[in-house]
Design a protein around this ligand. Structure first.
Ligand SMILES: [Zn+2]
Length: 571
């Protein structure tokens, strides 16, 4: 009976093969990791239009070829599903490529030098923007400091006629020069806004550094300056930004990007670009935390698969605290190196709960930024209260809604099993672990760092869903250093390690950048593994990321990036 059944299936298979047209593209002679546990390794993939038609051996796939099938011989190279960036800032990435990039600067002197250089060609009154400085990475003293931060004086002297704003690498603080503070009307009388701090010296004078919500004081005149542009100027500047970010991502093997917070205007621009076929990789965006007046606008969402599957908005981003480096992470117990501080709660818990109820009402994923253990506990409590798990993944509970905690960076060990229990997704950035390694123990002390900081292994072992990413432009958007951090927990430059017992296996690392991120966006049926019927989003690399030595991950080169069956980057 079973034989007859098998025979009928075989006939059906032949019939369907003879009916379906030949593939447009065959990728052969490769070493594919498919991220599909049923068939993890194949040598060839057949693509028809935007999608994968079949996977298998070279011989099997060649049989499908027709007269017009293009065949690309990958000469044994390693290939896998295109990388999915799980948490980044797409327009921020584009802007960072236009503004001063301070990620690799080693001193305050170097930074003010770069600003002075930029000021020479800037029109008086134009803002100079930069991002990526980190006082913990400086090898030279910046002179007098407050909490390790420099005074603005050298920056003000470097650009006396231009307002300057330089964002901290974490994105949770900035330093401004005199001109910018003047435009913002900052004086010693200006009081700290809720959830933010104007850093002051012992005499109460602002030193130029603004943390968390205090950043908006400086951002206001910057936004005014930007908004003086016409709609057309603003739109074309945005398109340029998107183009730069796209090129950067495609060159690094990224075929989908999960944007962690765009406002309604930006969402409209992405929508326009997607509908006109101008997005070169797939974007999945979270709406930036809407204010109370904008909550009714959530009724227009989710918007899924716009522009032929290139743009989706089905999530909302919210912020509960700041970052660890700038003492903004909201902790259960005080900072070890700042015993008077528990960090910053940047949005009242009740406001997040209100937003959670709105997300539940409209069927949106809620993605809450939480770094400190207090912030993470509060978010888990909100998830549990507003949208209790429905059990077994069905219904409308937090588990079925796939609500996410963005960063989930420092957890109290008691809260680790709650991710699995609630079905909440821990969306972390492995590269933050090694970037932050030099100061985490200073901030948290050894015991808290060991048991709860970047605790991927503990989360995985508890059965939680994870997502991985870089938080670009906070970090380089390149997935390879992040993958290296995921599987080694070692810094690439100094070799400094951070509690290696929490590292991922090599396979988990690759899954975390493909199918796990697809799951975290409700897109696992469309992408994230190489399976017939899914989108043909593929990256080809010069090293076998599953088997090469760990250090070789860093040397791997992206050879091709394929989105929807089209080669979008070719080395
Ligand atoms: Zn972010």
């Amino acid at each position: 009976m079973q034989k007859i059944f098998s025979f009928i299936l075989f006939c059906l298979f032949l019939a369907s093969c003879s009916q379906s047209p030949a593939p447009d593209l065959l990728l052969i002679n490769s070493n594919f990791f498919t991220a599909d546990s049923l068939r993890p390794h194949v040598t060839a993939v057949a693509i028809q239009g935007e999608r994968i038609l079949a996977v298998g051996s070279d011989e099997e796939m060649k049989k499908l070829a027709g007269e017009k099938t293009e065949i690309i011989d990958l000469q044994g190279a390693f290939a896998m599903p295109g990388f999915i960036e799980g948490h980044g800032h797409f327009s921020g990435l584009g802007r960072s490529l236009q503004n001063l990039n301070l990620l690799n600067t080693k001193s305050w002197q170097e930074i003010t030098g770069l600003v002075a250089e930029k000021a020479q060609t800037a029109q008086p009154g134009d803002w100079i923007e930069g991002r990526g400085w980190h006082q913990e990475k400086w090898t030279e003293s910046p002179g007098t400091t407050v909490n390790g931060y420099p005074y603005h004086d050298a920056l003000s002297a470097a650009a006396p006629n231009n307002p300057v704003v330089l964002y901290h690498a974490s994105g949770h603080g900035l330093v401004a020069n005199q001109k910018a503070m003047q435009l913002a009307g900052i004086s010693r009388e200006t009081s700290d806004p809720i959830g933010g701090r104007i850093v002051r010296d012992a005499r109460g004078n602002p030193i130029g550094v603004f943390e968390e919500n205090a950043m908006s004081l400086i951002e206001k005149p910057l936004a005014d300056w930007q908004n003086r542009r016409s709609d057309a100027e603003r739109q074309s500047a945005f398109d340029k930004t998107v183009q730069l970010a796209s090129q950067e991502c495609l060159a690094k093997g990224i075929t989908s990007f999960q944007d962690a917070g765009s406002d309604f205007w930006e969402i409209a621009q992405y929508h326009r670009l997607a509908e006109s076929g101008k997005l070169e990789l797939r974007l999945w965006a979270m709406l930036s935390q809407p204010n109370a007046a904008d909550l009714p606008k959530l009724a227009d969402f989710p918007q899924v698969g716009l522009g032929n599957g290139y743009f989706t908005v089905r999530a909302v981003k919210a912020y509960l605290d700041g970052a660890l480096g700038s003492y903004g992470a909201w902790l259960l117990a005080p900072y070890t190196d700042k015993p008077d501080s528990y960090g910053q709660n940047t949005t009242p818990v009740d406001n997040i709960a209100t937003l959670a109820a709105a997300c539940k009402q409209h069927g949106l994923q809620l993605c809450v930024h939480a770094i400190g253990d207090r912030a993470n506990r509060e978010v888990l409590d909100i998830f549990e209260r507003v949208s209790p798990p429905s059990g077994g993944g069905a219904g409308s509970g937090v588990d079925a809604a796939r609500w996410r905690i963005e960063h989930a960076q420092h957890l109290d060990p008691q809260d680790i099993p709650r991710f699995r229990q609630l079905g909440a997704i821990a969306s972390f950035q492995a590269i933050h672990c090694t970037s932050d390694a030099p100061f985490v123990v200073k901030r948290l002390g050894t015991e808290r760092a060991r048991t709860g900081a970047y605790a991927w292994r503990s989360l995985l072992d508890s059965g939680a869903h994870l997502a991985n990413g870089t938080d670009a432009p906070v970090e380089d958007v390149n997935p390879l250093p992040c993958l290296y951090a995921s599987v080694t927990r070692k810094r690439a430059d100094t070799g400094l390690g951070f509690f290696p017992e929490q590292k991922m296996t090599r396979e988990e690392g690759l899954l975390s950048y493909t199918i796990w991120n697809a799951y975290a966006a409700f897109e696992e049926a469309e992408k994230g593994s190489l399976v017939p019927g899914k989108l043909a989003d593929i990256v080809v690399l010069s090293k076998d990321l599953l088997h090469c030595a760990p250090e070789e991950i860093l040397q791997a080169e992206v050879l091709k990036t394929i989105v929807g069956g089209k080669v979008r980057f070719d080395k």
